[in-house]
Design a protein around this ligand. Structure first.
Ligand code: SF4
Length: 486
């Protein structure tokens, strides 16, 4: 009881520290302008998938966060668009170099009250525009004050509007653990973005934060989920963040290798039981001596890391097996094929006898197809002709397996011959710098991002666009491959 009284007094004190003066341009803004600015400012956060929540609708209220009640769609750049994804404010006193909302950027600032966000969520939900809310914020005054505003919004939705839909809140780095415990009682998922893959990158790119400011809240959330800790002002009957916690890592903003990124992801999964680590290709929205000179985000690299993340979580691989110290993934091959080509001693795998662990290491055999193989061979011997029907991608798997002792491809488990058989062939078409279409695209890009391209020569833009087009083509081919494992 005493703890609750102190906690209430602390909340009152923190709220009295609120920044009372809106930016001058804000006073003339209408509500639509503010929402446009705040939705635009939120779009670089990729950690908003809602999968995993099982909140059940009980008693009066609207909506449901159970799987059938919420759908996820992704825009062409992979961002989730089924949630209202917005910031409470894009004003921030921090100066994270990679962030569009950093205090040193001269951009229009806006803020909404928790009441306005709650009302907007309900209005959009009733119109069937959205299935839930993904709410984050800049930090205009202090982490605690921002965390309280986020809690206030979720609390209004749950207790006043009786909203039962999905809510994903950001846990603000540096916020009081009690506030984080309270936030978990009103939302389905909490996430705190680590953004940078190494402790050494923090002082360079986000000088006001330390890695411990991020891992501290992660530890609080993990422990509260494990023990279902209720904060002092917990919502009666609610469980703590039933959809768990997630984080986001930026790929390509620092010199950190894919090996380093995967090692960090692996340790976050095991130490804090994260549901997901999201990877976001670095978007060059700012310039500066500490930032890489990129025009296009490294999407293919992001894609390879996502594939490797899948291998960590579902295929029994470890980060140390997939890459050596300081290495990046080859762009040409998915990580499992790369591993298989480096380990010819592991192959061939005999389909009739191999344990599940070995089957999962064969390129082209996914989790479902491995289970189908095990189930089917319990009833008799398998024919090579059946494998394709089980969802195995034979184009890749045939080089690494035998069926009843017989090889299925003439490459003889020789990595060089397999490489040339699997090679996607010449994909990168050398375009002239003076190609009309490319020039038009470069001009359009110059017009769209005059600041981002400051100091770039036209031929550099053309070269970057060519590289990006080649990456997009490879990525597109990967995405259109039939499912069934990689
Ligand atoms: S604290 Fe968050 S919003 Fe503020 S500059 Fe850093 S990343 Fe951007």
């Amino acid at each position: 009881m005493r703890g609750t009284v102190c906690y209430n007094m602390y909340r009152t004190y923190v709220l009295s520290q609120r920044d009372p003066t809106p930016a001058s341009e804000e006073s003339t803004m209408n509500f639509t302008d503010k929402v446009t600015i705040l939705a635009e400012s939120a779009k670089y956060d990729a950690s908003c998938s809602s999968s995993g929540s099982m909140r059940k609708k009980g008693g009066p209220g609207l909506g449901s966060a159970a799987p059938a009640g919420i759908c996820h769609t992704f825009s062409s750049d992979g961002r989730c668009i089924s949630l209202l994804k917005i910031l409470l404010t894009n004003a921030c006193r921090y100066d994270c170099h990679y962030c569009v909302n950093r205090c040193s950027n001269d951009i229009p600032r806006a803020r909404l009250t928790p009441q306005e966000v709650a009302d907007l969520t309900m209005a959009f939900y009733r119109r069937n525009y959205i299935e839930g809310l993904f709410l984050s914020s800049g930090i205009p005054v202090s982490p605690d004050q921002t965390m309280m505003d986020l809690i206030q919004c979720a609390k209004l939705l749950r207790t006043v509007h009786h909203f039962q839909g999905y809510i994903h809140l950001k846990a603000i780095p540096g916020a009081d653990p009690l506030l984080i415990q309270e936030a978990g009682m009103y939302c389905d998922r909490l996430s705190v973005n680590i953004e940078l893959p190494s402790e050494e990158s923090f002082p360079i790119l986000t000088p006001q934060k330390r890695m411990a400011d991020v891992t501290g809240p992660m530890g609080t959330i993990a422990s509260a989920i494990r023990h279902q800790t209720k904060g002092p002002l917990a919502l009666k009957g609610a469980s703590f963040a039933p959809a768990g916690q997630s984080t986001q890592l930026i790929v390509g903003a620092t010199a950190d290798s894919d090996h380093r990124i995967l090692l960090l992801a692996q340790s976050l999964y095991s130490r804090y039981q994260l549901k997901r680590v999201y990877y976001s290709a670095y978007m060059p929205v700012n310039q500066g001596p500490t930032l890489p000179e990129l025009i296009a985000p490294p999407l293919l690299r992001e894609h390879r890391i996502y594939q490797a993340d899948w291998l960590l979580r579902f295929y029994g691989f470890s980060a140390q097996e997939l890459l050596n110290e300081g290495e990046n993934f080859e762009e040409e091959w998915d990580p499992k094929t790369t591993w298989a080509l480096r380990h010819p001693e592991f192959f061939p795998v005999e389909i009739q006898r191999a344990p599940k662990r070995d089957l999962l290491r064969v390129p082209g055999i996914g989790v479902q197809s491995a289970l189908r193989i095990i189930k089917a061979r319990a009833h008799g011997s398998l024919e090579a002709a059946c494998l394709k029907k089980m969802g195995i991608v034979m184009k890749r798997a045939c080089h690494f397996i035998t069926c009843g002792g017989k090889a299925l491809a003439p490459t003889g488990f020789d990595p060089l011959r397999i490489r040339s058989a699997l090679s996607p062939g010449p994909k990168i078409q050398q375009l002239s710098f003076f190609d009309d279409e490319l020039k038009a695209l470069a001009e359009e890009t110059f017009l769209k991002q005059p600041d981002a391209l400051w100091g770039w020569r036209e031929e550099d833009v053309c070269r970057a666009l060519q590289q990006n087009a080649a990456q997009q083509a490879l990525l597109q081919e990967e995405r259109t491959r039939p499912l069934g494992g990689f």
